[in-house]
Ligand binder design. Structure first.
Ligand code: GRF
Length: 203
């Protein structure tokens, strides 16, 4: 499966995908990593693995977020990306990408959606004192953090956990669940049924 990955930050989820591909148990190839920031740590991870990168400037996004998505779409098409994997990408995706990859743009969110959408999910869940949160992998659509859910895994918040320990537990699950889910896509086992329900073919 040819995938393009969108990042904005340290890229530990990108690294988890790279590691699983290198180990031979994720049947995918990363054809391009796009960053919404020039200083994203994930760009170095991509370069170290010989993956082509593209860093878009803040100016492009500020001028018109649709233009940024046009640039991304052009490159992803040229490199024949079948799926676009958002891994800590802190921008929304718009029509130029959504129209060309319908139900083929995937995001990972560090909470059990629809609880705690938005950019501060881990801290908000912790501050709210919930006993269970978790990780969601979902398709991106025009409604931010509201697309069809592909996979979810719970993470318990034990009372001896500080915020850092909870964050670490979330990331540990992310780094396993995301490659697992991309592998399901590679095997063609993920189907959107109706608007919001996803079915996974059994093995
Ligand atoms: C992850 O927790 C992801 O769920 C969230 O942003 C974080 C990205 O981390 N949307 P990284 O850049 O993959 O290290």
């Amino acid at each position: 499966l040819k995938i393009g990955v969108l990042i904005s930050g340290s890229g530990t989820n990108l690294q988890a995908l790279i590691d699983r591909i290198d180990r031979g148990d994720l049947n995918a190839r990363i054809v391009l990593v796009v960053s919404s920031r020039g200083d994203a740590g994930g760009l170095k991870r991509a370069a170290r693995s010989g993956i082509q990168t593209l860093a878009l400037s803040k100016e492009i996004y500020d001028a018109d977020p649709w233009d940024a998505d046009e640039v991304i779409a052009t490159e992803m098409r040229r490199l024949e990306a079948e799926y676009i994997i958002m891994a800590g990408y802190m921008r929304r995706v718009h029509e130029p990408l959504l129209a060309l990859w319908p139900n083929r743009i995937v995001n990972i969110h560090p909470a059990l959606l629809p609880s705690f959408p938005g950019a501060h999910a881990i801290a908000e869940a912790y501050a709210r004192g919930v006993k269970v949160s978790g990780v969601t992998v979902h398709f991106a659509n025009a409604d931010y953090d509201q697309g069809p859910i592909i996979a979810q895994e719970p993470v318990r918040i034990r009372q001896d956990m500080d915020l850092e320990a909870f964050e670490a537990a979330i990331h540990e699950v992310e780094h396993r669940l995301y490659p697992d889910t991309v592998q399901l896509l590679a095997e063609g086992r993920v189907h959107v049924r109706g608007d919001l329900t996803v079915a996974i073919d059994p093995r």
